[in-house]
Design a protein around this ligand. Sequence first.
Ligand code: C2E
Ligand code: CA
Ligand code: CA
Ligand code: CA
Length: 279
Amino acid sequence: AKHNGRNNYSFFSADMAQQSALRVAIERSLRSAVGTDELTLHFQPKLDLSSGALLGAEALLRWNSPTLGIMAPDTFIPVAEESGLIVPLGTWVLEQALAQIKAWHASGMGWLQVSVNVSAGQFWKQDLPELVANRLRASSVPAAMLDLELTERVAMVNPQEGVLICQRLKRLGVSLSMDDFGTGYSSLSYLSRLPMDVLKIDQSFVQRLGDDQHDAQIVRSVVQLAHSLNLRTVAEGVETTEQHRFLQTLGCDQGQGYLFARPLPASAFAQWWQEHLAR
Ligand code: C2E
Ligand code: CA
Ligand code: CA
Ligand code: CA
């Protein structure tokens, strides 16, 4: 560390202490939040970029803590990961998502595939295929209505075992998406060994489309690579009509982003869905 004098140094340590105090506070509050209405799922549509058809929705966790306020998943998911809380929290998310799929179907909206995010602890610290099989059976939701999103980094923790776990998940009939593609370090040969259905192009590439030729070239190659491996492509973080048009030209199949809809509470999502169908 750089020495800029005593004051700066002690300020740095105070900041670190504060960080870990926050971490402890988050962990304590999160532990008591699981299973209460402090935690909810929001849903963001995935659309076919050419036809505009609704193809699915991603479930995104929201936490409104009475003591800490509204916490972003990027803040509390890492704490949940480190504390092991991610396992019960992830199970709750899975159950909620399946219950929502069922509720929409029961209300006459039809079946909609919902994507659930899976982080490292959920993938490695329990028997995930067993859990998913169990919850699918309990909910009697068709397996094809569930999509699991995992990042390259998650599977790469143990590449050989990662392939086996993904194969067991696929055998259940669920769909698998590679999330945040382009931000990790997995090799193309490893990607080709994973039984994925969808490749999600990270929003950092999408957001630079238009003003950067280089990024357009990257997106074009990723789409071609995905199609050669029989994977569909989803672009995340689509915010402008220019990006939408660009992605269509580059051959990308699906899009998700504020341009179409923000992540919405279940009831608002159902309303958006109905209006979308009426369009
Ligand atoms: P992610 O899986 O990459 O999710 C996409 C993020 O991009 C979401 O942030 C979403 O709200 C945001 N987003 C969607 N469209 C746009 C757009 O057009 N522009 C911009 N700037 N952002 C957009 P969010 O909801 O804050 O979630 C952040 C991350 O937290 C997620 O990244 C995911 O890694 C994690 N996460 C969220 N919910 C869960 C969950 O239930 N379980 C686990 N394990 N992780 C979750
Ligand atoms: Ca995701
Ligand atoms: Ca993502
Ligand atoms: Ca992300």
